[in-house]
Design a protein around this ligand. Sequence first.
Ligand code: FMN
Length: 453
Amino acid sequence: MTGTASAARPAEVTVPDGPFPMDLWSEAVYSRRAIPDTLAAGAPVPGTTDPSQDPLPAGPRLPLAPPPLRLPPSLDSPAGLADPAVLAALLHYSYGLLQHDPAPGGRPLHRAVASARCRYPSELTLVTPEAAYRFDPLRHQLVGLGVPSAARRPFAPGPPAFLVITSRFARTARLYGDYAPRLCAQEAGMLLGAVHLVAAALGLPARPGADLGTLLGLCANWLPETGEHPMGYVELGPEPSTGADPSTVADPASPRAGGQPWLPPDLASVLRARHSGAAIFDPAPLAAPARLLTDLGAALADAPFDDFSCHLLVSRVTGTEPGHLVHDGGKTRRVQDGDPLPLLEQIGQTEGRMSMNFRATACTAYIAVRRGEAVAKYGADAFRRLHLTAGAVAHRICVVAARHGLSARVHNGYDAARAAHLLGLSPDEETVLFQVALGTARPGASFRVPVVF
Ligand SMILES: Cc1cc2nc3c(=O)[nH]c(=O)nc-3n(C[C@H](O)[C@H](O)[C@H](O)COP(=O)(O)O)c2cc1C
């Protein structure tokens, strides 16, 4: 019925609330409170599995400021991390809960960083000389780890402050078994890349680190004895003074110093739009915007580590002929002309089946590292270090894709030996750690609503 009919409605008739009362809609669209607590706990519904497998930290809870909707926020904050809005933005846009998919049977919670089947095994902990605080993304709070409640306030972390990444392999192992450490190492690297990137957008100096001794020292007083593995860290705040005139020292991580020319003017909206595509990655066969490759090159050139190469198999990007490009040492060069489809279809296989529809992707990235060299230098710890490097790069690729309206799918369905051979990597030295496909998403069955705290 239209408006003219309602004029004839008797005054005493009230419009029924159901089936979708308005407050349900406003809750679903606007608030984290719409998400059931059983989901927010990150644990199965009570009674279905042993809840002690997935304990939440029990310390005092500190609410965080609401994260700003734009990044950087409009206010310039000389206080850095001690500004509650800056700390909230850094945590939320690095690893916070950004989207809720209420569709039955889907994956309900999506964070700022991709995670294999949304298991989110990584944990992010703010470590200061006084205490350690675990980020609870699902409630947008910090939880004091071994912090006496008297030490809860005032809370204004100054330097030195670190964000430490640990991983609970068991979360992922419940679905992936022995393959979990590989996924967890990849995801730790992606999270490290995310922290570095968001810090840059906030103008916060940030120095990602992989040094094992420093990492273990940072975890010394709060890491549980079992079940959680130290993975990496990012040191935040200005570097300790060297006596140099600060006005002459450019901060390479600061966009205001011109360090990140590819960063979008509002990183927050790009991160809210980031997604990995539908269950089977089958994008629309449309050409990506010409800026994609320029921005990818710039984003890779100032990645937090430089010991990687990235092979871009370009299928359809406006203004660029299909072919094989390699980014190495801060520069991108073309090594092969022609449609990369035969290569993609040989490399991107899961047990003999094509992992996704490479006939429709815009571009597929393979991130390679020098395994031989790293093993010689770091022994078994090379695995963690190399995944940190490659993961940080993979997250940048996902963000650049989102900036250009594309989905980016990290997909481990690839044949590493065949990739090394067909991409021309140094035999027994280089290996591929990530395959990331980029494409224009088709409308899918999922229904993602932004979550606002
Ligand atoms: C390390 C890693 C490995 C992944 N491997 C696969 C894979 O082999 N196959 C697949 O379909 N998706 C894979 N994914 C994609 C995730 O399932 C996807 O990121 C997740 O559903 C979250 O979606 P969102 O990024 O849109 O929030 C992987 C993601 C990550 C981070």
